[in-house]
Design a protein around this ligand. Structure first.
Ligand code: 23J
Ligand code: MN
Length: 259
């Protein structure tokens, strides 16, 4: 029991470390982002049986799946956004696999979001978090805990009004700080996308996509169970399918935490 990997397995089986599933179920009920016309819509999930222990396959059951790359709990690759289109190793199949693991910094704005669904994380709140927990290290995932994953009803989760969706996210200055001065691995959120609902009218539009992906960084959307993570110290595993030229992928996102 000397090596770090032996200790990891021992502590997992002894219950000193736990695996937390940060992924939501992926199925026909999964709510997908609603983009206004003239933009092409996200298609949602369809599941079609290929066989079910029947004449189509007497001893096997399997399904044909269809969905957009950005569906449910999913990973955003830099190639998703025009700002990241020319970067090296910017797609699901070319990102080096060691970048699918990182430490997680969890910033809790649940109380603020409870009274303001359009709440945005701003730089002073990042600095306040750092004075409590230490500087966000390079290569860390920054996870925004909002409580939004408790909205299991699709309409409440998307929260679309006449003036578009209302959901929390990051102020452009916060994204700039995290991308350029902290050199994070990426941003993770409980909402349908990494940008706030109203972010289409920000400057720049969709800063969590425009700035992060332009800097070669990633996104994770529709996470859950962030309330089960410590502010620091969790290890996150978030690997997209190895889709050739993929802009993103549903992912099983896991965290390893002290029990
Ligand atoms: C496509 C267009 C705009 C946005 C998105 C997708 C996402 O949020 C996403 O899932 O990456 S804002
Ligand atoms: Mn996405």
């Amino acid at each position: 029991m000397s090596g770090v990997l032996d200790r990891l397995i021992h502590e997992l089986s002894a219950g000193a470390l736990q695996v937390i599933d940060l992924s939501r179920p992926l199925g026909p009920e999964t709510a997908v982002i609603e983009l206004p016309p003239p933009f092409a819509p996200s298609p949602g999930v369809t599941v079609e049986e290929i066989s079910h222990y029947d004449e189509r396959g007497p001893a096997w059951y399997w399904n044909r799946l269809a969905f957009g790359e950005h569906t449910g709990t999913h990973f955003d690759a830099p190639i998703h956004w025009i700002t990241g289109r020319e970067l090296p190793d910017n797609a699901c199949d070319t990102i080096p696999a060691d970048r699918f693991l990182g430490t997680a910094c969890v910033l809790d704005v649940t109380a603020e979001v409870a009274t303001d669904p359009d709440f945005l994380l701003v730089p002073p709140l990042i600095e306040a978090w750092e004075s409590d927990h230490g500087r966000i290290p390079a290569g860390a995932w920054v996870l925004l805990r909002t409580g939004w994953s408790e909205r299991t009803d699709p309409a409440a989760f998307l929260n679309v009004g006449e003036d578009g969706p209302h959901s929390p996210g990051f102020h452009p200055a916060a994204v700039e700080l995290l991308a350029r001065e902290r050199d994070v691995l990426g941003l993770g959120v409980e909402t349908v996308g990494t940008d706030a609902g109203q972010a289409g009218s920000f400057e720049p539009p969709f800063p969590a996509h425009t700035i992060m992906h332009g800097a070669g960084k990633f996104g994770l959307a529709s996470l859950c169970n962030l309330d089960r993570l410590p502010p620091t110290g969790a290890i996150l595993i978030a690997a997209p399918l190895k889709i050739v030229n993929g802009s993103g992928s549903p992912a099983r996102v896991l965290a390893i935490v002290p029990a």
